[in-house]
Structures are given as C-alpha cells and as structure tokens.
Design a protein around this ligand. Structure first.
Ligand code: SAM
Length: 302
C-alpha cells in the first residue's frame, strides 16, 4: 500500500537534506525496496517497531504503510525532523520521533517489551548497536568521544542464575549492514568470515541474510553491496556463559586468528585453560564452535 506523502526525492529537495558522510547517511529512495524490508521485518503483523536513523523516512513510511501499529524512531540529525513530522501528521498517533544518539539511549526505558527493530543502520555505528542489542550493554563515550560498549549484565554461570539481559527487550532485528559485516554475523566455524561477531550472534540468536541491496539503491551510493540480516533471539543461549568472559576469550583467540589457541590464549591460562575446557590446544579459533567458546569462558578463573 502506498501513502499520500510526496516522493522521497522531493522531500529531500524541499528540506535540503544533503547526505552527511559523518552521520553515515546513505538514503534509500525506492519505496518498493523499503516496503520489501518492512515486510521482511514483519510489519504486516502490526505491533510496535523501533527504527534507528529514519533520515527522510523511506523505511518509516514503508513500515507504517505495510501495517506497523506504531514506529518509535530515533534520529540524530535535527535536519530530518520536519520531514519526519510530515509522516507523523499523515499517520496520527503512530509515529514517535526521538531526536537523540541511539548509542546512548537506554531502550528498555523507552520501548515496550517485544518491540521489533528494523533499521537501515548508519554504517559507522551499526556494529556497535548490534553488539549493544546482543549483549544488553549500555553504551557511553570514551575519552576520545568514540562510542564504546559497557557490559552491564551479570551473565550466566551454569546452574546459578539467569541472565537479566536475556531474553532481550526486542523480539527480532531486521537490519541493513555492509555485505562483509553481514557475512561475519552469520558465519559458521571453519569459514573465512567466522569471528567474534559470529560467536556472539550465534550464541544468542538465529541469524540469516535475507537479501542483498545493490549500492545503486542508495543516495549517495556507498562503496560496497549491502545486505538485510534478520536475527531472531534464542530463548536460551546455545550454552551458558558469562558474556564478559565470552568476549575476553573470543577477543584473545581471534585477535591472533592464525595462531594455535595454546599460543593466543596464553595470557588467559594457555594449555591449562584449554585442558579444563576439553579443547585441543593445537586448534585454531575458527575451528571452535560457539559451545566450545562458552566452555572456554566458563573455564576462566576470573
Ligand atoms: N533510514 C533512512 C533510509 O533508509 O533512507 C536513512 C538511513 S542512513 C544509512 C542512517 C541514518 O542514521 C541517517 O539518517 C543518520 O542521520 C542517522 N544516524 C546516524 N548516527 C546515528 C545515531 N548515533 N543515532 C541515531 N541516528 C543516527
């Protein structure tokens, strides 16, 4: 279903929304494509959606016209607010706009539980947002002003207590990433793209690439192909582990991905740690599955 709003090209021209690289702005102007993304996110089922970076509103309009009951959208660029205001007027009571940095928001305070997230993410913060949503972390700026994740979850210790950050506040993620990042998210062991992001995503979600989006679909076109990735949370992680420990072992292991684990994990306990976790010390990180990384995390002393 289309809406009565003007074409996005006219919206961009009338509100003078020249794309800013510093904000990761690559706009989608083809409403057939944004509707395809909205359908992939399940807009037809209704309910509330959270969108980061609506920009001039291509995906926002598509979510609403495809059946979303409500969209809560957070946009950092004030220049986009009048265009988003026009969409809110066309869909009374269905669009809430927040002018903020999505990295610093505590979503649990502003979103209803079970919200679905659908976004054409700004590339410069896309991975940080995904990690935030996968770990239940809150984010802050470091001394250089760059966003970084802080872990807030206590994590799971086998048989001790549930992780307060899981299941998450969201019920699905439908997100645009650069193809190379999408491949890292869905990668399985023994493959070129398997790494820290694959372990984190595979530990807690079922992730798949739904379709690619050619660079020519964006204004301005980015340098690489993009992909829509859908992540659905598992009720329980693949194996119990403390998220901070899991991140420590994956960082150490994939930080030196060509080395055998007995070398790369030396600072964390080396062969003794691997033996405790029941893992071959001559293995390389890409050979371990998610459950084996969880076993390593659980074998860490502190
Ligand atoms: N959704 C629009 C579309 O598909 O055409 C725009 C997508 S564009 C890739 C990313 C958008 O995210 C831009 O509108 C940008 O201003 C916004 N943005 C960038 N960093 C942000 C942040 N930290 N928090 C919220 N929005 C941000």
């Amino acid at each position: 279903m289309s809406d009565s709003l003007p074409p996005l090209r006219d919206v961009i021209a009338s509100y003078d929304l020249a794309a800013k690289k510093s904000l990761g702005q690559n706009f989608l102007l083809d409403l057939n494509l944004t509707r395809k993304i909205a359908r992939a996110a399940g807009a037809a089922e209704g309910g509330t959606f959270y969108e980061v970076g609506p920009g001039p509103g291509g995906l926002t309009r598509a979510l609403l016209s495809e059946g979303a009951g409500k969209v809560i959208a957070v946009e950092r660029d004030q220049r986009c607010l009048p265009a988003l205001g026009d969409i809110a007027a066309a869909y009374p009571g269905q669009l809430e706009i927040i002018n903020a940095d999505a990295l610093s928001l505590d979503e649990r305070e502003i979103l209803p539980p079970g919200v679905r997230i659908a976004s054409n993410l700004p590339y410069n913060v896309g991975t940080a947002l995904l990690i935030k949503w996968l770990t239940g972390a809150s984010t802050s700026k470091n001394a250089e002003g760059n966003s970084q994740c802080e872990q807030t979850g206590a994590g799971l210790r086998p048989g001790v207590r549930p992780n307060k950050n899981w299941p998450p506040f969201w019920s699905s993620l439908t997100l645009m990433f650069q193809r190379e990042v999408a491949e890292r998210i869905i990668a399985k062991p023994d493959s070129e793209h398997y790494g820290r992001l694959s372990v984190l995503a595979g530990w807690r979600t079922k992730a798949k690439i739904l379709f690619d989006v050619n660079r020519s679909a964006f204004v301005p076109p980015p340098s690489v192909t993009s992909s829509i990735v859908r992540l659905d949370p598992l009720a329980e992680p693949v194996a119990p582990a403390d998220i901070r420990r899991l991140e420590r072992v994956t960082a150490a292991a994939f930080g030196q991905r060509r080395k055998m684990l007995r070398h790369s994990l030396k600072p964390l306990g080396g062969e003794a740690l691997l033996e405790k976790a029941g893992i071959d010390p001559t293995a390389r990180p890409e050979q371990l599955n998610v459950a084996q990384f969880a076993a390593l995390a659980n074998a860490l002393n502190n």
